[in-house]
Design a protein around this ligand. Sequence first.
Ligand code: PXL
Length: 290
Amino acid sequence: MKVATSPAARQKRVAAIHDISGFGKCSLTVALPIISAAGMEVSVIPTAVLSTHTGGLTGYTYRDLTEDMLPFARHWLTLPIAFDAVYSGFLGSPEQIGIVREIIGMFRHDGCLVVVDPVMADDGAMYGVFDRSFAKGMAELARCADVLVPNVTEAMFLLGEDYVRGPYEERYVRDLMRSLASMGPKKVVVTDVSYEDGTLGAASYDAYDGGYGYACERRVEGSFHGTGDVFGSVLVSAMLRGLGLHEASKAAVEVTVESIIRTHEAGTDVRFGVNFEGSIPSLLRKLGVI
Ligand code: PXL
């Protein structure tokens, strides 16, 4: 058996900072399989452990791990390891916003991509576990990102703007992305953007060269849970495999929409997450892994 051992074959490593929801396919139960399948090692700092996610399911258990996060990171600092990306998502308490900023400061170096998904809202409303003051804190975390990946609701809340329902004028979304980039992140991808009824996509902006991108597919009615995490995990995987921002965003739209269509056709309860597993082969082909 021949195993690649050249320096070019060094395996990349991602620090993923999200909750683990036992059932419902979101956050770490999505980030781990997707990023691992793409060939990257994933180290995790869990923010909370829940029996299920909080979107439309009731009675879930919730163990907040705020106290454990800095000790995790400080332990890692004693090891001879570095991260190619830090990818944060759902946080278990408002105090974790400052903690994640501190952890990013510990692990940031020239070759490390900091990707922040400011998970807190969807479809015009904050998630029940968060309030509007959480959005102000999230804006502080967003300032530390190299790549910021909000959905369109989160984008408006980060900027302190009232939610406006789509379809949108392209100019409006471009202004939104430039405003987000002026907070700090040089690359911005906004999901859940449509310019036309019946479509769903993501817009991207790279402040380094002023370039915009937009990728869209057909919209399936319904609010499918965990799709932001599928999108973010594919985006991180694709960028670490060397795709540019707009290409990576297109791959993430395609995988997310394919997963939604597969789940819709199977008639699965939308709260139970999407069948992203069926898209792993096509993801690996898009990324040139196979
Ligand atoms: O997919 C975002 C997410 C992650 N984790 C938990 C959630 C949600 C969205 O509702 O509840 C626990």
